[in-house]
Write a protein that binds this ligand. Structure first.
Ligand code: NAD
Ligand code: TYD
Length: 339
């Protein structure tokens, strides 16, 4: 199978490319990535230089660049997996413009080219955040109404609706996946888990929003990648599949788990002003995927967080370069007077 993976230099995309090139020896991957602040070719050095190098090609470019995308599609693909996105809620509160540009317009450009070139699978990597926020009970299912609360989740929901429309109107064989919060190697240290691991390693404060009792469902990134590959092979066009880790945790539980494992004191925790529009709880019912395709997560949280912490301990140069670069400007502006 010949795949076009967009956003493959980011966290989940790079893990996915490594996973498929290792698992499926006949598959080839073209990775189209703009290399925004979150895209990093260091994430794929082993792939680009390793045993599967001849089945992998990188192209730097924007998914919203219609001429470039059309030129790339003319080389022929069996499937597209669209990871490319602006992905951080806090940045979408800071400035939503690029979220619409990439997440909505970029997706529409890909859909048009996929249709023109009769691509047989278009997998849109979406998020459980499009469903909005839950109270203490219940789960998101694939039929839960979309009710996004942040500019990020609104842009992802907009893309989902376009993907749905291209199936209903043109019968482009699309599939949407909606996954919960990922963690694992190569996650940009602006997200909760890698931010808190790397801050704690430097004995810097951990800025916990609000009362620290917001709940997320956490999935180890490799489990997400395995689910996407299975859906790509055997999922039904026109369908939505939820993907979850069966691992609900409050943010304070996550924080304590990290501090405890690193042998750092809880005095590093700083309760800071809450994120505006902060969704209280996400919890996902992925029984459709388990029932139809026999998928289940392999990593429980204790195993996944141990592996993740070990990776950040063994790859300090990777995240130290990021934390001293352009990201520092955003960090100082965003958290500045709060910690
Ligand atoms: P990320 O921010 O780590 O990576 C995004 C990648 O997309 C980067 O490599 C970036 O350079 C690239 N990109 C951004 N704009 C682009 C453009 N216009 N053209 C081409 N490339 C562009 O994000 P991630 O955490 O790996 O998330 C990947 C996808 O998974 C996103 O669509 C996100 O909405 C979705 N998702 C993420 C999570 C999570 O917990 N991280 C959970 C569910 C769904
Ligand atoms: P995040 O990793 O940004 O993912 P998302 O908002 O997409 O779920 O945040 C996960 C949770 O951690 C969320 O409830 C917000 C909280 N959080 C903090 O308390 N402090 C922080 O500095 C960050 C980045 C997140």
């Amino acid at each position: 199978m010949k795949l076009l993976v967009t956003g493959g230099a980011g966290f989940i995309g790079s893990n996915f490319i490594r996973y498929v090139l290792t698992t499926y020896k006949e598959w080839t991957v073209v990775n189209l990535d703009k290399l925004t602040y979150a895209g990093n070719l260091e994430n794929l050095v082993d792939v680009a230089q390793g045993a599967s190098a001849d089945r992998y090609r990188f192209i730097r470019g924007d998914i919203a660049d219609r001429a470039l995308v059309e030129e790339i599609f003319s080389t022929g693909f069996d499937a597209v997996i669209n990871f490319a996105a602006e992905s951080h809620v806090d940045r979408s509160i800071d400035n939503a413009h690029v979220f619409i540009q990439t997440n909505v317009l970029g997706t529409q450009v890909l859909l048009d080219s996929a249709l023109r070139h009769k691509v047989q699978r278009f997998v849109q990597i979406s998020t459980d955040e499009v469903y909005g926020s839950l109270g203490p009970e219940g789960y998101f299912t694939e039929t839960t109404p979309l009710a996004p609360n942040s500019p990020y989740s609104a842009s992802k929901a907009g893309a989902d609706l376009l993907v749905r429309a291209y199936y209903e109107t043109f019968r482009l064989p699309t599939i949407i996946t909606r996954c919960s919060n990922n963690y694992g190697p190569y996650q940009f240290p602006e997200k909760l888990i890698p931010l808190f691991i790397t801050n704690a390693l430097h004995d810097q404060p951990l800025p916990l929003y609000g009362d620290g009792l917001n709940v997320r469902d956490w999935i180890y990134v490799e489990d997400h990648c395995a689910a996407i590959a299975l859906i790509l092979e055997r999922g039904r066009p026109g369908e939505v599949y939820n993907i979850g880790g069966n691992s609900e945790k409050t943010n304070i539980e996550i924080t304590r788990a990290i501090l405890h494992r690193l042998g750092k004191p809880e005095s590093l925790i700083r309760y800071v002003t809450d994120r505006p529009g902060h969704d209280r709880r996400y919890a996902i019912d992925s029984s459709k995927l388990q029932r139809e395709l026999g998928w289940a997560p392999r990593y429980d949280f204790a195993t996944g967080i141990d592996r993740t912490i070990r990776w950040y301990l063994e790859n300090t140069a990777w995240w130290q370069r990021i934390k001293t670069g352009e990201y520092l400007d955003f960090y100082n502006r965003w958290y500045g007077n709060r910690i």
